[in-house]
Design a protein around this ligand. Structure first.
Ligand code: FDA
Length: 504
C-alpha cells in the first residue's frame, strides 16, 4: 500500500505538471468528498460495489483529449493500470475494478452527440449513453435511427467496442457494423482517426473488446432509416397456456421471420397467486419496422401458433419504442433517455450461449425444472432471434463472429448470491449438448470471466486463446496481431483484453 500511495502522489504531480488545462478540477482521490459518489454513479453491477471491492487510486472525469493523453502518459511513467469507463455496464466490473493499482479514465463528461441529417451520420463521444444517442438523433429526424442496444444507460464506448446488438439487429446488424470512423488515443498518446490508424486497427476496435487498443474518444455512426410508424408487442404465455410447445415452435418459426421483425423471449418463473403458486412465463417481445397490418399477416404466415391479435400490438414512432423497451410506462417523456442513472443497481451474474438447432421440448422442460429450483424472478433467460441481416454479414467483417447459422442467442442472468452462482454454472453445464461447440461461443459485451481470463501480470497467448476463440473464433488471431503492432508492451489490459505476442 505504501508503494502504491507513493506512486499515486507521483502520478498526481505528473498529471498536474503535464496538464494545467483545468485537470485539477476533475481529479478525484479517496480523500476527496465526492470520490465515492463519482465512483458509484456509473457502477451497474452491485456485485462490484462492496467494501471488499478494490478501489481506484484516482478517478479522472476527463473533459478533453489532452486530459486523456496526460493520464495515459503519467500512468505509464508511474506503473499504474488504466481502466476506461464510459457507461459502467461491464458485466464483470472491469471498467472500474482491478486487483493491480489503477486509475479510472471516466468519460462521463465527454458525451456530445452531433447529428448530420443530410448525410445520415452522427459523431457520438464515447461517454454518450445509447439513450443520449437515440434522443439526439430523434431531435433532428423521426425517420433516422441507430441500431444498438436496448438499455438507454449503456455507454456507447464499451458497447460498440464489443459489437452491440439490439432491436434492429435482424434488419441492420450490430452497432459496430455501422461505425464508419472513430477517434482513438493510443498508448503513445497519439490521436488517431480511421485514416491514420489504418484498417487493421479500425477493424479491431469495432468489436474486439474495450480497454485493449487505446481509449476510444468518439465514434462516427452511419445512421439507418426507419419508418415513421413501427409496431411493438409483448405477449405472455404460461405453461398452462402451452408455453413449452410455443417456445419449441418459435425456434423453427424464426427462420421464416421477415428481417423487419425482431423477436426475443424472456423466460422466468413467476408467482401466479398469493398462495405462492408459480409457473414458467414466456414473454414474447418484438419490434416490427412497419405497421400493425403487415405484422399481423406476417405472423399469421410464420408463427400462427402464438395467436397474435391486433389488440396485443401498439403502433408508435421508433424513438418511442426505445422508451417502451426500456420498460417505462406508456407516454413517459422522451427526456428519460437522457437520464444516466436508472435509480437502482442490481447485483447479478450472467452468461451467454449460441444455438444453431432447435432445442427439443424435453430439454426445455429441463430448463423449467432448474428455474423452479430458485425463488420466483431470481433468474431470467432471454432467447434472442438472430438471422436476417446477421446471416449476410461475413464473420470476419468485424471481430464479432456470430453470424450465419446462428439461430438464436441465449442470455442467462441470475440475481447474485453464492447459491445462485452455482445454480447458473450448473444450468450452463446442463445446456452443453444444445449449444455451439468447439468453441462454445460467447458474446464479449455480455462478459463472463468463467469462460477464461488472463493472468494480469504476464498474459500468455495460449491462455488467452481459451476465452478469446469463444468470443471471436478465428478473428482472435487477427486481434492478437493488431495488438502486437499497436501496444506490444500490453499497457492497455484487463482480465479479458487481447494479449500481444511476446518474443519470449
Ligand atoms: P463500461 O464503461 O463498463 O465499459 C465496458 C468495457 O469497455 C470495459 O472493459 C471498459 O474498460 C471498456 N471501455 C469503455 N469505454 C471505453 C472507451 N471509450 N475506449 C476503450 N475502452 C472502453 N449489450 C448489448 O449488446 N445489447 C443490449 O441490449 C445490452 N443491454 C444491457 C443492459 C444492461 C442493464 C447492462 C448492464 C448491459 C447491457 N449490455 C447490452 C451489455 C453492454 O453492451 C456491455 O456491458 C458494454 O460493454 C457496456 O458499455 P459501457 O460503456 O456502459 O460499459
Amino acid at each position: 500500500w505504501v508503494a502504491s500511495a507513493d506512486r499515486h502522489e507521483d502520478f498526481l504531480q505528473c498529471l498536474l505538471y503535464q496538464n494545467s488545462n483545468a485537470i485539477s478540477k476533475v481529479i478525484y482521490t479517496p480523500i476527496n468528498s465526492s470520490y465515492s459518489s463519482v465512483l458509484q454513479f456509473s457502477i451497474r453491477n452491485g456485485r462490484f460495489n462492496t467494501s471488499a471491492t478494490p478501489k481506484p487510486l484516482v478517478i479522472v472525469t476527463v473533459l478533453n483529449e489532452a486530459h486523456i493523453q496526460a493520464v495515459i502518459a503519467c500512468s505509464q511513467k508511474h506503473g499504474l493500470q488504466i481502466r476506461v469507463r464510459s457507461g459502467g455496464h461491464d458485466y464483470e466490473g472491469l471498467s472500474y475494478v482491478s486487483v493491480l493499482p489503477f486509475v479510472i479514465i471516466d468519460l462521463i463528461n465527454m458525451r456530445t452527440v452531433t447529428v448530420d441529417v443530410g448525410n445520415k451520420i452522427a459523431w457520438a463521444q464515447a461517454g454518450a449513453t445509447l439513450g443520449e444517442v437515440y434522443y439526439r438523433i430523434a431531435e433532428k429526424s423521426r425517420t433516422l435511427a441507430f441500431p444498438a442496444g436496448v438499455c438507454p444507460t449503456v455507454g456507447s464506448g464499451g458497447h460498440i467496442s464489443g459489437g452491440g446488438h439490439g432491436m434492429m439487429m435482424r434488419k441492420y446488424g450490430l452497432a459496430a457494423d455501422h461505425i464508419i470512423d472513430a477517434k482513438l488515443i493510443d498508448v503513445k498518446g497519439r490521436i488517431l482517426d480511421r485514416a491514420s490508424m489504418g484498417e487493421d486497427l479500425f477493424w479491431a476496435i469495432r468489436g474486439g473488446g474495450g480497454n485493449t487498443f487505446g481509449v476510444v474518444v468518439a465514434w462516427k455512426l452511419e445512421l439507418v432509416t426507419v419508418p415513421p410508424t413501427v409496431t411493438v408487442f409483448n405477449v405472455t404465455r404460461t405453461l398452462e397456456q402451452n408455453a413449452t410447445k410455443l417456445v419449441h415452435q418459435w425456434q423453427s418459426a424464426i427462420r421464416k421471420f421477415d428481417e423487419d421483425l425482431f423477436s426475443r423471449i424472456f423466460l422466468s418463473r413467476v408467482n401466479t397467486s398469493q398462495e405462492g403458486k408459480t409457473t414458467i412465463l414466456a414473454a414474447y417481445t418484438s419490434l416490427f419496422l412497419g405497421g400493425v397490418d403487415r405484422l399481423l399477416s406476417m405472423m399469421q404466415q410464420s408463427f400462427p401458433q402464438l395467436g397474435l391479435v391486433k389488440e396485443d400490438c401498439i403502433e408508435m414512432s421508433w424513438i418511442e419504442s426505445t422508451v417502451y423497451f426500456a420498460s417505462f410506462p406508456r407516454n413517459t417523456s422522451l427526456d428519460v433517455l437522457l437520464d444516466r442513472s436508472p435509480g437502482y443497481t442490481m447485483s447479478f451474474k450472467a452468461k451467454t450461449d449460441f444455438v444453431t438447432e432447435p432445442i427439443p421440448e424435453i430439454a426445455l422442460e429441463g430448463i423449467w425444472d432448474r428455474l423452479n429450483q430458485l425463488d420466483a424472478e431470481a433468474a431470467q433467460l432471454q432467447f434472442t432471434a438472430y438471422g436476417g441481416k446477421m446471416d449476410e454479414i461475413s464473420e470476419t467483417s468485424i471481430p464479432f463472429p456470430h453470424r450465419a447459422g446462428i439461430l438464436f442467442q441465449i442470455h442467462y442472468a441470475v440475481v447474485w448470491e453464492q447459491k445462485t452462482a452455482s445454480w447458473i454454472r450448473k444450468l450452463y453445464s446442463y445446456m452443453t449438448p444444445y449449444v455451439t461447440k468447439n468453441p462454445r461461443q460467447a458474446y464479449i459485451d455480455y462478459r463472463d470471466l468463467d469462460v477464461g481470463m488472463n493472468n494480469l501480470g504476464n498474459t500468455s497467448y495460449k491462455q488467452a486463446r481459451v476465452w478469446g476463440t469463444k468470443y471471436f473464433k478465428n478473428n482472435f488471431d487477427r486481434l492478437v496481431h493488431v495488438k502486437t503492432k499497436v501496444d506490444p508492451a500490453n499497457f492497455f489490459r484487463n482480465e479479458q483484453s487481447i494479449p500481444p505476442l511476446t518474443p519470449w
